[in-house]
Structures are given as structure tokens and as C-alpha cells.
Design a protein around this ligand. Structure first.
Ligand SMILES: [Zn+2]
Length: 255
């Protein structure tokens, strides 16, 4: 039988590095997706940092000194109102990067970015990133794609916050969070959930109670465990599936 696949077999190249020079594992998908040439240029210039719960990476209105390739854990992107209230408009996990305005050459942040749970990241100085973008077309392309995915997420979350009920929004948010932290056990208090969803604690308590009663989640002090993922997906509004669909569609349009 003819080996008809041989003509389309991809050219073998050396695999991209999955560790930095200090031996820290790289989990960030943007960094892992870089060709070796760009990876070898960029990785030595990044600083591996451990992040604490609620650590503020970027404050709204302030200068962006660095960007962060999320390596483990999750970042929340929050809009902040003059009276001090804030609502979450985006989530970033190991697929992403905090400091998106830097990609366009902007130097300040419109949003606050906060670490949720403990995590790690590869920090890049703003000036290093600017130089790297000039000499690394794949890095630039991956960051542009990520910023478009984040814009799409924000559009969907804006729609969700306006049109959908608390219970289905909570289900949607838990699924998005679980995807980013890579676990069905989520360390979350009701107060935190209320802040993230722009709601009151009592409303979140009622909605979490309904999801728990239906056997979809187990909720204890400060912890949510997803017990039945497919039913939780069914309980979520279409926003979750819509985000998944669009992400998959765009990923299929690579090149
Ligand atoms: Zn929704």
C-alpha cells in the first residue's frame, strides 16, 4: 500500500522549550506556541514570579510597567467605577496574557487585573515586550489573537450581565473558571462570587443553593466543587457554549 501520507508529513523541527533557563515549567499556551527561534529569544528575558491571592497586577489608570503570561492560576479583569465598585469583565488563565494594551503600544491600563487563587506567571518588562514584538512575528500574532479572544469574551460577558439570570450566569462563570484553573475544585467565597458577578451576596447564595440542591455543585465555606459538569453546562446560559464555539471556530482558522 502506498504511503500516501508521506508527502504531507510535517517537517520535523526541534520541539519548543517547555522550561525556562531556571528549570521552571512553562504552561502558558502563548509561550508554548512560539517557534524555538522566538522562544529562545524571549524566555531568557522573562522573570518567573509567584503570585498571591488578590495581588493586583495592574491598576486601572496606572502605567503598565510589565505584562504577565499567566502560567498557573487565574487573573480577573475588573472595571472599576469612581465610587470604588468593580465588576469582572474577563478571565485569564494559562491561555493568556495580562497587559493587552501593551500589544497595541499603549502604556496605561483601563482595567484592574487581580490574581485569583495562588498562581505563577512569566513577567515581561514593557520595554522588553515592545522590542520582542518587533522581532518576533509569531509572538505578535499570538498576542493579537489573544486580545481578540478577550474582546469577544468581554462582549459576551456584557451581554450576559444585562440579559441573563443570576443562576445561569453563576453556572457560566463556574465553568469558565474551572476551565482556566484546570480543576473542578474552586476556592471561592460567596462574597467573592457576588463581587465577580456584580450582584449581592444573598442573590448569589440563593443561586448557589439551587445549583447545589440540583446536585450540580457542592458548596462549602469558601469552596465550590463541580459535581456534574454536563448538567452545569445545561444550567448555564448559552454564553458559555457561544464562547466555546467562537473560540474553536477561530482556532480552526489558523494560518
Ligand atoms: Zn449569559
Amino acid at each position: 500500500m502506498a504511503r500516501k501520507y508521506s508527502s504531507v508529513r510535517p517537517k520535523i523541527t526541534s520541539p519548543p522549550s517547555n522550561r525556562d533557563g531556571d528549570g521552571n515549567h512553562v504552561h502558558n499556551e502563548i509561550l508554548l506556541g512560539l517557534p524555538p527561534k522566538e522562544s529562545n529569544l524571549l524566555l531568557p528575558k522573562l522573570e518567573f514570579v509567584r503570585l498571591k491571592l488578590h495581588q493586583v497586577l495592574h491598576e486601572a489608570g496606572e502605567t503598565l510597567k510589565s505584562g504577565y503570561f499567566c502560567n498557573a492560576g487565574m487573573f480577573s479583569v475588573l472595571t472599576v467605577t469612581p465610587d470604588g465598585r468593580h465588576v469582572e469583565v474577563g478571565l485569564i488563565g494559562k491561555e493568556g496574557f495580562a497587559g493587552i494594551p501593551l500589544i497595541a503600544g499603549f502604556r496605561t491600563s483601563h482595567t484592574r487585573v487581580v490574581v485569583q487563587g495562588e498562581g505563577t506567571a512569566f513577567r515581561v518588562d514593557a520595554s522588553v515586550l515592545r522590542a520582542a514584538l518587533r522581532e518576533s512575528p509569531n509572538l505578535e500574532r499570538q498576542l493579537l489573537r489573544h486580545s481578540q479572544l478577550m474582546a469577544m469574551q468581554v462582549e459576551q460577558v456584557a451581554t450576559c450581565n444585562r440579559l441573563h439570570g443570576m443562576e445561569e450566569r453563576l453556572a457560566r462563570w463556574l465553568l469558565m473558571t474551572a476551565d482556566r484553573v484546570g480543576s473542578d475544585a474552586l476556592p471561592l467565597t460567596q462574597e467573592f462570587l457576588a463581587q465577580m458577578l456584580g450582584s449581592t451576596r444573598s442573590t448569589v447564595t440563593i443561586s448557589a443553593g439551587m445549583l447545589q440542591k440540583a446536585g450540580l455543585i457542592a458548596y462549602t465555606r469558601g469552596n465550590v466543587n463541580i459535581l456534574d459538569r454536563s448538567s452545569l453546562e445545561a444550567a448555564a446560559c448559552d454564553c458559555y457554549a457561544s464562547l466555546q464555539r467562537q473560540t474553536k471556530e477561530w482556532q480552526g482558522q489558523d494560518e
